[in-house]
Design a protein around this ligand. Sequence first.
Ligand SMILES: [Mg+2]
Length: 198
Amino acid sequence: MANSVNLQVKAVALDFDGVIANLDVNWNAALRQASKIAGFEIKSLLTFYENNHATPSFQKVSAEMEAIELCAVATAQPKPYIEDFLKSLQQKQVPTYIVSMQSLKPIKTFLEKHNLAKYFTAIITRLDCPSKTAQIQFISKQTNLSPSQILLVDDAKRNISSCQSLGTSCFFFKRTQNQKETKETWNKILKLASTNQI
Ligand SMILES: [Mg+2]
């Protein structure tokens, strides 16, 4: 998938599952459970969250999925070299966000456990915004940056293409990479994010 990056990137927005850590979740079982709670068949949680945001049905499904996510973060490990990467962004004074369709509690639990919370300006989750594009718009509003000045790093092609249509700078992150590839990927992102920093 082609990356599209503005040379004036001023902030970085990292997806959580697939970029910061890989969550081991049986999504088919989770979908069945979510469908049972909602009372209709949910084929995609992303579509469900987007169409039902803040409704009682959303709250119930989200709470159940949060419990599954909490179990998954208990065993998940941070991606190799991520702390070095986050440290470098901090040194270059690039504000770094998490934009995730997971829930807040599992992400916070994971970051605190691995001492990574201090590197993030804010964590935007499905509780705040119904979609990845809405999350980018949220940061854009908060920071007064245009979407093109925000670099989204995400492992889902669906999120990359929806955010690209907003004009967001996007980097497609391969969910499965070996240590060496992961290190090279962090370095590539770092280069893109540091080109025009003061
Ligand atoms: Mg992801």
